[in-house]
Write a new protein. Structure first.
Length: 492
């Protein structure tokens, strides 16, 4: 606990996260279930070449954005990440907008990872989940069994996170290592298998689709595909190492994530002629391919990979969502109950419980309805990326700028100022790809409706809480609560 004579008491998290755990949080959160479940969908959109090229370009753009994250984490190593950075550069209102949309993105991904575990059971052990049919939502039959499986996963990982950050970090690292072994087995086995004709990867792009359009459709999902590296700043207050190392950990995680995505697309497309696989409209094309290539062993290894991806996604986004809510509660942007810590473990237990309660609603609505919410959550993540790069651009100074008292290390860098500007432009580009009518990556009607509902709720909540928040903290107190001892570097 820390406090200031000029400000209310500021609750602070303990420094327990080791570098390898933070790397695992970034990588495991970025991969999740998508690398193992979605390759067939991506192949249908862009073909093997368009998908792999798009994923690599997306990773490169994320590394560009990561330059801003690296600087801001080192300068402001506090919980809240993008919320804190946006507040530093643009004030309370913009910080609220950023935090509101990012919260939706994080919570949605927690819920979707739990539903992915239920999907795995439906494929591997249907008798365990396909009992007591409830109703259909958007053509998806909801069973009580899968609701219970997803709910159990949410509760178990909530308990793990409440019990302590050290436990969460160790589990995340172990899950990531097992996942990497599973991916290595599948892709190396596919490449070396004597029954793998590389003609299965032809044609490189879908018939009738322009290669540029196909590739852009994959690039547009980069904010969703690589979301997870931005979990690193959410946990910055808990680093037990210098925050300057965070940039390297983020870049390594993005590169590893791109490698895993490309490996699984390659394995899925090469196992069975990809055009035939897509035309059959499989429920889980990657599983069909691994089963055809390796039989039951392939399915088992794939199931292990998916399980580890789901576990790392659940664990990583529980950490990030709860820390974001904790930081916003500490700053009185949302009710301060979210800033309460568990008396023994020192974790933001109230925030974790809130995330769990919201996510427990999702399994009852079926996977298809939840996908609509997650699709539009890419908009929220993109907004956070853009705000972060704009904040870094405002804080960076040209190399020729005169020194000023309190300037953080490395703030005078023309190259980094340009890169932060390019990162912001990239974020705007992602946003336009998602929102522009006729774009190859335009959100569907259902996702746009969900986005509109969340936006309206955010406006209502802001004005309902505004008067209370405005009198709760002065500007100096707000600086203290958001930035702690780092508030002296706040931009004017």
């Amino acid at each position: 606990m820390t406090s200031s004579s000029a400000a209310p008491e500021r609750t602070q998290l303990e420094r327990t996260l080791k570098p390898q755990w933070v790397w695992a949080i970034a990588l495991g959160s970025a991969i999740g279930w998508g690398a193992f479940v979605l390759p067939t969908d991506w192949l249908a959109t862009a073909g093997p070449f368009g998908t792999m090229i798009g994923l690599v370009i997306g990773a490169a753009l994320m590394c560009l954005i990561a330059v801003s994250y690296g600087f801001l984490i080192r300068t402001f190593p506090v919980s809240g990440g993008e919320y804190a950075y946006t507040y530093t550069a643009f004030g309370r209102l913009h910080a609220y907008v950023c935090g509101w949309f990012l919260t939706l993105g994080y919570i949605s991904i927690v819920a979707l990872n739990a539903s992915a575990l239920a999907l795995l059971f439906r494929r591997m052990l249907p008798w365990m989940v396909e009992w007591v049919p409830l109703w259909e939502v958007a053509g998806w039959q909801v069973y009580l069994g899968e609701v219970l499986v997803a709910s159990l996963a949410l509760v178990v990982f909530a308990v793990f996170n409440i019990r302590g950050t050290t436990l969460s970090g160790r589990m995340q690292y172990a899950f990531c290592l097992i996942m990497l072994v599973a991916v290595a087995f599948l892709v190396v086995g596919t490449v070396l298998h004597p029954g793998t004709p590389w003609s299965n990867l032809q044609p490189g792009f879908p018939d009738g689709v322009a290669p540029v359009s196909a590739t852009l459709a994959i690039v547009a999902i980069a904010p969703w595909a690589y979301v997870g590296f931005d979990n690193v700043p959410q946990a910055a207050e808990e680093f037990d190492f210098p925050p300057g190392k965070a940039f390297g950990l983020i870049v390594l995680a993005i590169i590893a994530a791109a490698g895993i995505y490309v490996a699984m697309v390659l394995a899925s497309g090469a196992a069975i002629p990809w055009a035939e696989l897509v035309a059959s409209e499989p429920a889980w094309g990657t599983a069909d391919g691994m089963s055809a290539m390796f039989g039951t062993l392939g399915l088992v290894v794939l199931a292990v990979g998916v399980s580890m991806g789901v576990f790392t996604g659940l664990n990583g986004f529980y950490i990030s969502a709860s820390r974001l809510l904790f930081a916003m509660g500490r700053a009185h942007t949302i009710p301060t109950v979210f800033a309460r810590l568990h008396p023994r473990s020192g974790t933001p237990a109230t925030a974790i419980a809130f995330v769990t309660a919201i996510c427990l609603i999702a399994p009852w609505f079926g996977r298809e309805a939840l996908v609509w919410v997650v699709d539009m959550s890419a908009v929220g993540v993109t907004i956070a990326y853009t705000y972060t790069c704009l904040a870094a651009f405002r804080l960076f100074k040209w190399s020729s700028a005169p020194e000023a008292p309190g300037d953080p290390e490395g703030v005078r860098s023309s190259a980094k100022k340009v890169m932060s500007a390019l990162g912001a432009i990239t974020g705007v580009g992602f946003f336009l790809l998602l929102m522009t009518p006729g774009s190859p990556a335009q959100l569907g009607t259902e996702s746009l409706i969900a986005l509109g509902i969340w936006t309206v709720l955010g406006v209502v909540f802001f004005f309902a809480h505004r008067s209370r928040q405005g009198v709760a903290l002065t500007d100096d107190e707000m600086d203290h609560m958001v930035l702690g001892e780092h508030r002296s570097t706040r931009a004017d």
